[in-house]
Structures are given as structure tokens and as C-alpha cells.
Design a protein around this ligand. Structure first.
Ligand SMILES: Cc1ncc(COP(=O)(O)O)c(C=O)c1O
Length: 394
């Protein structure tokens, strides 16, 4: 009855298979490696209560009033200081998912090309499709020359089709879903390609501060602040329920995002912003982050050790230096979507890697999250999954 009422964009919407999984089962009743949820243990409830009370005492009704579209000055300034950029380059977002969506909305016309990694973040692919973008996924290679060539070949092919590349979407730090990061050399190479072929880069980096080993690598934004829009988020370093993040970009780009956000949500959540600003200013955020890093490092190490011990031959996985995920590759011919029902019936969940591949490849891959479950449940869950895989592929 409503079919002819919806916009053409609606035809390009697609449901997140991850959220469909959540609807089917109670995640607490199974061993779930599926979601990307932080551990609720990392939410400092008592300190949040204290900060909320301080905000109410300090700001009164202002904390519940509409606020500036760019974000409240206290939080913009705190983020500017943390990121080492002028405050004019900071827009507070209602988290990085909105950052992705708003960038796409201000930059992309239907049919425009967005380059991204293959695999890439599902929520971004959903947003790109909803604006009818033409998404081209490019697989990583550890050989920088092969990696560069793959990009150059894709850029040439897009140009030959007479299409425009609007931006490259990248998650350079502990990617969702693969857990892998780009080296400095790879970041420089991509930034140079963007300059040579005149497209922008949207650098989405919600996991950047969750590093468990190795040295920090400069952001792509720091390599070319005129060409890169950097998206950050409080979801993984504080709490996702606050729905707060930030975009760093050239003021000319931010101005378009600012006007666009006027029609989206008028302003980011005001009370939440004051609480986040208070957390940053008082050092409570960093103290809590150190605890989260220690917790997640332990869980990552545990998962890696369990995979080593229990997985059958022919299964390989990534070794993330941070973030919340690692990526499993199963033998050629294995279908992780088909296998999923069997796993779920046995009480263990993951996300099939195919969903993250814009080119439809990756059938024999799966994403595993290690932040959400307790160490005991991670241990039981890996034993169960490995046993099921063993009987399937051996
Ligand atoms: C790469 C990436 N970007 C963005 C998001 C969205 O996060 P939020 O909107 O909570 O900041 C996620 C969430 O999992 C993600 O993995």
C-alpha cells in the first residue's frame, strides 16, 4: 500500500545483518563473538553519576537547553586540545556513524564513486548505499607496490567509465572488521594518490586510542589536513550510549557539515556533551581508558591463545594490535553464512565476513569480537566454535 510513497533512496537501504542477529537471539544466552559492543565493565558508573551531578550543579537548566550546532564550546575546546587542532576545525557529532552519514550527504551525488577497503565497516556501507553511491572495495596487500597498483588500477577504471571519485573511506587503525592497521608508508601512499587524483579522504578512527602494543602511527589527517576529514568517537573510549563523536576538517568543509546538521538534529545531545567535557577535563576519561586498555589487551591475548590451541588446521586469523575485533579466514569453499545457523543452534555467534565485502567476496571469513564477553565465556565459546569447525572442515 505504501510502495509508491517511499523515496527512491529507500530502495537502496539495506538492513544490517549484525542487527538481525541481535533480533534473533538474546546475546547473553549464547556465546557471542558477533557484536561490536564494548564491555559494560568499562563504563565507570559511579564517576559518571558524579560528573552528571557536577554538570547539573554547574550548568543548571543550560545543560538541558538546545545548544550550538557545532557542539558546546567546552567539549569542542577539549577535543581540539586532545587532538592538537584549532577549535575552528572541530565539529561535535552525534557519534561517528552520524559523521560518516553527514560526510556522504554533503559530498556524494547518486552514482559517485566511494573507494574503500575490502572488507570495510558495514554501517558505512549502509550509509553509502542509502545515498546511492557506487562503492568500490579494494583489498589490502602487504606489498606496498601491489597495494598502490590495485588503487591505481581502480582509479583508472573509474575514470574510464566517466565517473567521479568523491572520497576514499578508510579505517586505518584496528579496522572493523579485520582488526588490521595501515602502516605510515601506506597512509602516505593513499594521501598522495588522493592529492594526485583530487579526491578527499574520510578517515574513520573510533578504535585509535585502544592500542595494546606497538607505536602510534600518525593519522592520515595529520599528513594532509586540507584533504582528510577525520572522524573520532567517544563510543569505545567512554560509552556508546552518550552518542558523541567529532569530525576534524577544513573549516570550509565543516561549514557544509554544520548547515547539514541543522536539518538533521539541530545540535548534538547537550547534557551528554557537558558530561563528556567534564570527563575529559578532569582526567577521568584517560584514567578509565587505561583500565579499558588493560582489560581488552587481556581478552585479545586470551582469544589469540585459544585460537592457537583449538582451531583446526587451515584456519588463519589476524593479530590486531588494538581495537575490538579479529578476522578469521577458513579454507577456500567454506561458506560462513551457511554455517551460521548451525553455529547459532549450538549456541555460538559470529558475523560472516561476506557482509563486510562490498564486492561480495570473503565467503570463507568471519569477524570475531573479543571485548564483550567475559574471559570464561570467551574460553567456552572458542572451544565450541572450534569443535564445530573441526567437524565441518576436517
Ligand atoms: C569503524 C566504525 N565506524 C563507526 C562506528 C560507529 O560508532 P559510533 O557511531 O558509536 O561512534 C563503528 C561502530 O562499531 C565502527 O566500527
Amino acid at each position: 500500500m505504501y510502495k509508491d510513497k517511499f523515496s527512491e533512496d529507500v530502495g537502496s537501504f539495506f538492513r544490517s545483518p549484525v542487527r538481525e542477529i541481535f533480533k534473533r537471539v538474546d546475546l547473553n544466552s549464547i556465546y557471542s563473538f558477533a557484536g561490536g559492543y564494548p564491555s559494560a565493565e568499562t563504563f565507570p558508573l559511579e564517576e559518571i553519576r558524579a560528573a552528571m551531578s557536577e554538570v547539573i550543579s554547574g550548568y543548571g537548566g543550560k545543560a538541558f537547553q538546545y545548544g550550538a550546532t557545532q557542539g558546546v564550546p567546552e567539549l569542542r575546546e577539549a577535543v581540539a586540545e586532545r587532538c592538537g587542532v584549532p577549535v575552528e576545525r572541530v565539529q561535535i557529532t552525534s557519534s561517528s556513524q552520524q559523521g560518516i552519514d553527514v560526510c556522504t550527504r554533503v559530498l556524494v551525488d547518486p552514482g559517485d564513486v566511494i573507494l574503500t577497503s575490502n572488507p570495510s565497516y558495514l554501517g558505512a556501507l549502509q550509509s553509502f548505499r542509502s545515498y546511492r553511491a557506487d562503492i568500490r572495495g579494494i583489498a589490502h596487500s602487504d606489498d606496498i607496490d601491489v597495494f598502490r597498483r590495485r588503487y591505481e588500477d581502480m582509479i583508472d577504471a573509474v575514470k574510464a567509465e566517466g565517473k567521479r571519485i568523491k572520497f576514499l573511506y578508510m579505517i586505518p587503525d584496528f579496522q572493523n572488521p579485520s582488526g588490521e592497521s595501515l602502516t605510515l608508508e601506506e597512509r602516505k601512499m593513499l594521501v598522495e594518490l588522493a592529492a594526485r587524483h583530487d579526491f578527499l579522504i574520510v578517515e574513520d578512527s573510533p578504535y585509535r586510542e585502544l592500542r595494546y602494543e606497538g607505536e602510534h602511527v600518525p593519522t592520515m589527517y595529520s599528513l594532509d589536513p586540507g584533504r582528510v576529514i577525520h572522524l573520532g568517537s567517544f563510543s569505545k573510549i567512554f560509552a556508546p550510549g552518550f552518542r558523541l563523536g567529532w569530525a576534524l576538517a577544513d573549516p570550509e568543509i565543516l561549514d557544509k557539515i554544520y548547515v547539514c546538521k541543522q536539518s538533521l538534529d539541530l545540535c548534538p545531545p547537550v547534557f551528554d556533551q557537558y558530561v563528556a567535557a567534564e570527563f575529559l577535563r578532569s582526567g577521568r576519561l584517560d584514567a578509565n581508558l587505561r583500565k579499558s586498555i588493560a582489560l581488552y589487551k587481556g581478552k585479545r591475548d586470551l582469544l589469540l591463545a585459544l585460537l592457537e590451541k583449538h582451531m583446526p588446521e587451515g584456519v588463519t586469523w589476524t593479530h590486531p594490535e588494538g581495537g575490538l575485533f579479529l578476522f578469521l579466514t577458513l579454507p577456500e569453499g567454506f561458506d560462513a553464512v551457511k554455517f551460521y545457523d548451525k553455529a547459532l543452534d549450538a549456541g555460538v555467534a559470529y558475523v560472516a565476513g561476506e557482509f563486510f565485502h562490498p564486492d561480495g567476496s570473503g565467503k570463507n571469513t568471519m569477524r570475531m569480537n573479543f571485548s564483550f564477553m567475559s574471559p570464561e565465556r570467551i574460553t567456552e565459546g572458542v572451544r565450541l566454535l572450534a569443535g564445530l569447525l573441526r567437524s565441518e572442515i576436517e
